[in-house]
Design a protein around this ligand. Structure first.
Ligand code: DLL
Length: 437
């Protein structure tokens, strides 16, 4: 598989930065005019900020525009931010989030076509073509994962297998019998599939699997290595959110050094989450997106709450599109424990780099009196027995020390029996925060 020929749309994927700048500027100006005219909510927000469509002439002017937040989506629930008449909307999706009303997004026929096209770029980046067999094990339904991947796989002409999530045994049988070459699911489910295959005595060599397109939740580089070695595939990271489109806003290429944002259709920015100020390249902050070409549900400067950074250097694969760093978590998933900021992904890195336990863990945060406590439950590997007290204590101590040196925080480590932590078929839940109750 050559790094240079995995293009679906080489011309657009490799536009020069100058060409991109001009295209984005033109599209941004048109978008702002359109939402100003069609969406009263945006018009009012722009008036509040004292900005008019004619003030937006190029990408640099984007900072004049107001942000959009999840709260704005809730206030206009369900269809208040749609910019096309309802008879042009042909699909809706929704995401429930963890709190409050769900947010609803709408697509015109052109939007669905664009989404398929961008997902086709993603699949092609894995080396897949029309000879591929793509098993879509993301959930189908209001969640964008299943249908988003489905339309992209069909667009490249692959054999598309819409298994949806769940029924793990059947997923494996289908992989074997249909000769699946590309698997799409969450990384936590990929790991569960690997585990179930091992138990059933199915070896990676028995399958034709070459690549995985995994996303919808944060996962670390160590988790990637774990999945790649257990399934013997190349694991690609795909990112997206329903508000912006669904999966396929960005994905990493064969170089696995950041996820290419399809900048001809989305403008990414990184801001300081506290002040809203724009941050320069290669600095961590909150990721913000503006959609440039979506019609049904365009968004201006949408605050994702995801933490990442942007790299504008040309990539070894030949693409010019900015690369976002693997999102390490969400500003609203960040735990503040005794004043220390903790991302679950930091804990995952420690555990997987040590490699002495299974990769399954659960973080339990509580408050005793006024003191925050953190307990990390980690599963033993099946061959380790919990009655080997000395060995277990020794391992717990070493994990505690490593966690403390990374987080600067003492955590209680509890090793639990193999298979006692719940597996997920979709997005994994890794934190129980009892303080919020
Ligand atoms: O999770 C869309 C998707 C489906 C992406 C399938 C990739 C694959 P939502 O349910 O709206 O949409 O959740 C979006 O999930 O803001 C991130 O916090 C998180 N997320 C998605 N992909 C990644 C990723 C879909 N690759 C929210 N790495 C986003 C880290 C991710 N977090």
């Amino acid at each position: 598989m050559s790094a240079m020929n995995n293009f679906w749309d080489q011309k657009n994927e490799c536009l020069s930065r100058d060409e991109l700048h001009d295209l984005q500027s033109k599209r941004l100006a048109a978008l702002v005019k359109r939402v100003y005219t069609n969406v009263p909510y945006y018009r009012n927000k722009m008036h509040d900020k004292g900005v008019l469509p004619e003030d937006i002439k190029s990408v640099e002017d984007i900072e004049k525009l107001p942000f959009t937040t999840k709260q704005d989506l809730r206030e206009t629930y369900p269809f208040g931010l749609f910019a096309s008449p309802m008879d042009e909307i042909m699909r809706v999706h929704a995401s429930s989030g963890t709190t409050g009303k769900q947010t609803v997004v709408g697509y015109t026929a052109d939007d669905i076509s664009l989404w398929s096209e961008l997902m086709a770029r993603c699949f092609t980046m894995t080396g897949a073509d029309k000879s591929a067999v793509v098993q879509v094990s993301y959930g189908y339904g209001l969640f964008t994962g299943g249908l988003g991947a489905h339309y992209g796989a069909e667009r490249i002409g692959a054999v598309t297998v819409p298994t949806s999530s769940g029924n793990t045994q059947r997923q494996i049988t289908i992989m074997q019998d249909f000769g699946t070459t590309v698997l799409c699911c969450t990384p936590s489910y990929a790991l569960f599939l690997a585990e179930t295959m091992e138990e059933a005595g199915v070896k990676p060599e028995d399958l034709k699997l070459k690549a995985g397109v995994f996303g919808a939740e944060p996962w670390t580089e160590s988790m990637r290595s774990e999945i790649e070695s257990r399934l013997k595939i190349k694991a690609f990271d795909i990112y997206g959110l329903s508000e912006i489109m669904g999966p396929g806003v960005s994905m990493d290429c064969i170089c696995q050094n950041g996820l290419h944002v399809w900048e001809d259709h989305f403008i990414p920015e990184i801001i300081d989450p506290d002040t809203g100020a724009s941050l320069p390249g290669n600095t961590n902050g909150e990721l913000v997106f503006t959609t440039l070409t979506k019609q049904g549900f365009p968004l201006i400067r949408y605050r994702t709450r995801d933490v990442s950074s942007l790299n504008y250097e040309k990539c070894g694969c030949g693409r010019t599109m900015a690369r976002m760093a693997k999102p390490c978590g969400r500003t609203d998933d960040m735990l503040i424990i005794r004043g220390v900021n903790v991302f679950p992904s930091q804990i995952e890195s420690v555990l997987l780099e040590m490699g002495e336990t299974s990769p399954h863990y659960m973080i339990i945060v509580d408050r005793v009196g006024t003191l925050d406590t953190i307990e990390i439950q980690v599963e033993l590997t099946p061959d380790m027995l919990s009655d080997e007290v000395k060995k277990i204590e020794d391992l717990e101590n070493r994990i505690r020390k490593n966690i403390e040196s990374i987080l600067g925080l003492a955590a209680k480590i509890t090793l639990v029996e193999s298979k006692t932590i719940q597996r997920s078929e979709g997005k994994a839940k890794r934190v129980i925060d009892k303080r919020s109750k």
